[in-house]
Design a protein around this ligand. Structure first.
Ligand SMILES: [Zn+2]
Length: 252
């Protein structure tokens, strides 16, 4: 008699994301950063009664070549608020750093630590902080700066002595961040079933209509749908056949 075969996951299989949390804070550089993949997971989470808040470092005012920043900023802010609402996110804040030239440093870490103290999340979400999207697809400096500063600020928020001015402003330390989940990483470790949220994710991305109409000649809805469904379906082979939103999860 042969030994029974032990079922083990293939080494590249992604683990399910933790579910024992109530509040998440997503911190990214630009309007649309969360809509290019992450918002399918967010829709599923808010369905389950969880609270998700967005914080954007900029208003994406340098994102449209044909539109000067002063006119672009309010438009993209409005599109971002609409796109958040589609996936059940009511609170969207902007930190007013400058699009395209966000500087990694203590000012950025302090602003993000303040946001973490205001919202007291257990889960923090950000976008790819690594140099590339994988291979030789170079990332942008804004994403790298905000991603790294968010990973750092998760700890800064809990230390009353790092930014004492925040405590003086009434923002008490919050040491309750248990994980930072990085979307768009080329080294994902975990994933979320995209099925319940994918349709709203398509409509959420579609709210960035001005940006998308400049970006592509394709019909906007066709473009959003094929981009997002293609990505989540490509992850299925690493998540037991289920279309998935991947994250690189850093535990604290
Ligand atoms: Zn971006």
């Amino acid at each position: 008699m042969t030994e029974p075969k032990i079922q083990t996951a293939a080494p590249d299989q992604l683990l399910p994301m933790p579910e024992d949390w109530q509040r998440a804070l997503a911190v990214v550089a630009h309007p649309d950063d969360l809509e290019y993949g992450c918002s399918a997971a967010i829709a599923g989470w808010t369905d389950g009664g969880r609270q998700v808040t967005y914080v954007l470092a900029t208003r994406g005012e340098a994102g449209i070549d044909t539109l000067e920043p002063a006119k672009c900023a309010p438009l993209r802010e409005q599109e971002q608020r609409a796109s958040a609402a589609v996936v059940g996110v009511d609170t969207v804040e902007f930190l007013d750093h400058k699009d395209g030239v966000i500087e990694y440093g203590t000012a950025l870490r302090r602003d993000i630590a303040a946001a973490i103290r205001r919202h007291r999340p257990e889960l923090v979400i950000t976008l790819n902080h690594r140099d590339t999207w994988g291979g030789v697809a170079w990332n942008t400096p804004d994403h790298v700066a905000v991603g790294r500063a968010t990973l750092d600020a998760a700890a800064d928020a809990g230390n009353r002595w790092i930014f004492p001015e925040l405590t003086e402003q009434g923002l008490e330390p919050w040491n309750g961040v248990r994980w930072v989940a990085v979307a768009g990483s080329s080294s994902p470790t975990h994933a979320v079933d995209a099925t319940p949220g994918i349709e709203r994710a398509v409509h959420s991305l579609l709210e960035h209509r001005t940006y998308i109409e400049v970006l592509t000649d394709e019909d906007p809805e066709t473009y959003c749908r094929s981009f997002l469904t293609g990505n989540v379906e490509a992850m299925a082979e690493r998540f037991g056949g289920t279309p998935a939103v991947p994250f690189e999860l850093f535990s604290r």
